[in-house]
Design a protein around this ligand. Structure first.
Ligand code: GTP
Ligand code: SPV
Ligand code: MN
Length: 595
């Protein structure tokens, strides 16, 4: 071991993991640039990293074709009783699973180095931050953690002799026999992949995958699954939300937090460049929000992350220029295509497709190819500080006071562009019943409509029924200082299957209407699902849309909504006696409004 660690719990844990996993070597990370370069050097030498001529200090990785996204099917909440995990989480007998996983971990790091990564979610030393230590056998994970979290010796100093941390154990599950050359992307076969959370013990075990949320354990595992369970116990919130500051031409600031499921538009909204003249948008976070009630009685949000792990396909100078500018240097790309001049490329990046690339599987690709050049869940890992519109308060430990909550998702039909909840309780109903078409951010079918309450179905570290109640409790405590709640859908389609709304920078028009509502500047029109903008209140000058399409986009068809009721009833029935009465009342009111 290269560093002398003072913390007793950490020393014991390192020893225990070393005994079980049998690495050749143990290396404790300090978070330095030299260390990053050392790791990347190893990855270059093994052929895993491909340097990009066009982007300084940037590299492309190609994953194993089986290891391209999160694996919700193989993610388990290990609570003592099944009831605590609730109906939306996988649960199997924890004793049995522990045996299975311990067997897998035994000797799994043979031939590899075991890296110990001390990291902080949130600014180091801030009272709102949480310390984790990830043990991994993947230098790719080390490099990504350097960008996505705050890694380093300062975290170890903070831990001192007896400070507490959340242990996050990760292995790619591919021991390397002596003398054998490593593969480009080591991982275990799907049936040996497991993500396992112990929310009652604040413990994380991940085996067999090297990808994103499966392997960068500070993100979905710690900052959402474990943190949401802690937050409920302690009376705060850990949500799958972007955080942005929206600034009016007069300089008034509004802080907005929006929960959309994976690959449904958080990164894009978080760093949007408004098409509305005079308005500005600044990014605070693009995926996760931790929120506490401040001394002023308002809800204050911080972004616990340090970087963006964003969806590459669809990102371009016309859709998300601020992301494109963030990606100029110091970036890790995973599963993008490689151009002949040494740059990355993905579908939607440029108006014209390159005539030839090497696709994400390492094969030749031309526009005639039947398969995509980049994987639909290809990602970039980039430092948040490189975003040109990063907010000056993005690392402020006090956070920013939230004015507006938005829920939303991907719905080809039925759901209009925007509507507002009648009340906090109605807003909780909108969040609890949110449904969205599945995306390639998870391994599994794409395009299936499913209920994804608060965009937290894959990430809630306790019984979702209790999560509903937690939202009511938070609302009760916030009273008239609670954020106003809205629902959006950027993805409604016309009959010929095209998106009706231009989206991206034009989403600023929707945000402005919300701000006008908060300021009491505009009235709204009551509909069975919520308040809709009155004609003329959504500023649409310069939007290239026919009045018919606009009508289609805003349409609320009671028949389509009545058809949602059985699905909502089934969804609610899952929670048995954990379903709050207040949600039952919301459903009853909704049914009667639909008539
Ligand atoms: P995760 O990182 O998985 O949590 O995803 P996310 O919620 O941050 O989604 P992201 O912003 O990366 O968007 C996912 C995909 O949706 C990308 O391909 C975007 O180009 C596309 N997208 C985002 N916003 C819009 C929009 O307003 N309209 C349309 N049509 N597509 C959008
Ligand atoms: C998501 O799937 O919501 C992500 C990407 O943000 S991952 O880190 O892989 O979970
Ligand atoms: Mn996400």
């Amino acid at each position: 071991m290269n560093i002398n660690i003072k913390n007793k719990k950490l020393n014991n844990w390192i020893k225990e993991v070393e005994d079980m996993c049998r690495p050749d070597d143990v290396y404790v990370c300090n978070g330095s640039t030299e260390e990053y370069n050392l790791m990347m050097g190893k990855l270059l030498a093994s052929g895993s990293a491909i340097p990009l001529k066009k982007r300084p200090n940037s590299y492309l990785f190609r994953s194993d074709p089986s290891d391209v996204a999160r694996i919700e099917d193989r993610t388990y909440l290990s609570t003592i009783s099944k009831d605590e995990a609730g109906p939306t989480n996988n649960w199997i007998d924890p004793v049995q699973l522990k045996e299975t996983m311990k067997r897998l971990y035994r000797g799994c790091m043979r031939g590899r180095t075991m890296y110990v990564i001390p990291f902080s979610m949130g600014p180091i030393g801030s009272p709102i931050s949480k310390i984790g230590v990830e043990i991994t056998d993947s230098p790719y994970v080390v490099c990504n953690m350097h960008i996505m979290t705050r890694v380093g010796s300062r975290v170890l100093d903070l831990l001192s002799n007896d400070g507490d941390f959340i242990p996050c154990l990760h292995s790619v599950g591919a021991p390397l026999p002596k003398g054998k050359k490593d593969v480009q992307w080591p991982c275990a076969p799907i049936e040996k992949k497991y993500i396992r959370l112990f929310p009652e013990e604040n413990l994380i075990w991940s085996f067999g995958s090297g990808y994103g949320g499966n392997a960068l354990l500070g993100k979905k595992c710690l900052a959402l699954r474990i943190a949401s369970a802690i937050a409920r116990r302690e009376g705060w919130m850990a949500e799958h939300m972007l955080i942005l500051r929206f600034i009016s031409p007069e300089g008034k600031q509004y802080h907005i937090a929006a929960a959309f499921p994976s690959a449904c538009g958080k990164t894009n909204l978080a760093m949007m460049r408004p098409s509305l003249k005079g308005w500005k948008c600044e990014c605070i976070g693009d995926d996760i929000a931790w929120m506490k009630i401040g001394a002023d009685g308002r809800l204050h949000a911080i972004n616990p992350e340090n970087g963006f792990f964003g969806v590459a396909p669809g990102t371009s100078y016309s859709t998300n220029p601020m992301a494109m500018d963030t990606l100029k240097e110091n970036v890790i790309f995973t599963n993008c295509a490689l151009t002949d001049d040494g740059d990355v490329w993905w579908e939607g990046m440029t108006e014209e497709e390159p005539s030839h690339t090497i696709d994400w599987k390492g094969n030749d690709w031309t526009p005639q190819s039947k398969r995509g050049a980049a994987h639909p869940n290809a990602r970039f890992t980039a430092p948040a500080s490189q975003c040109p519109v990063i907010c000056s308060d993005w690392e402020n430990p006090a956070g920013v006071p939230i004015d507006i909550f938005i829920f939303g998702g991907r719905r080809g039909s039925a759901v209009p562009l925007v509507y507002e909840a009648f009340s906090w309780d109605h807003g909780v109903f909108l969040g609890a019943t949110a449904a969205s078409e599945t995306t390639s951010a998870n391994i599994g079918a794409v395009g299936n409509l499913r209920r994804d309450p608060f965009a937290m179905k894959p990430f809630c570290g306790y019984n979702m029924g209790d999560c509903f109640q937690h939202w009511f409790d938070m609302g009760d405590r916030l009273g008239n200082k609670a954020p106003r709640i809205f629902y959006v859908n950027w993805f409604r389609k016309s009959e010929d299957g095209k998106f009706l709304w231009p989206g991206f920078s034009d989403n600023s028009r929707v945000l402005k209407w919300m701000c006008d509502r908060v300021d009491g500047k505009v009235d709204a029109q009551k509909s069975p699902i919520g308040f809709l903008p009155k004609e003329g209140d959504l500023h649409l000058e310069g939007v290239n849309m026919s009045p018919e399409d606009m009508k289609e986009l805003m349409k609320v068809n009671p028949e389509e909504w009545r058809a949602e009721i059985p699905g909502i009833e089934q969804h609610f029935a899952l929670f048995g006696n954990r379903l709050p009465e207040r949600l039952k009342k919301q459903l009853k009111d909704f049914i009667s409004r639909l008539g």
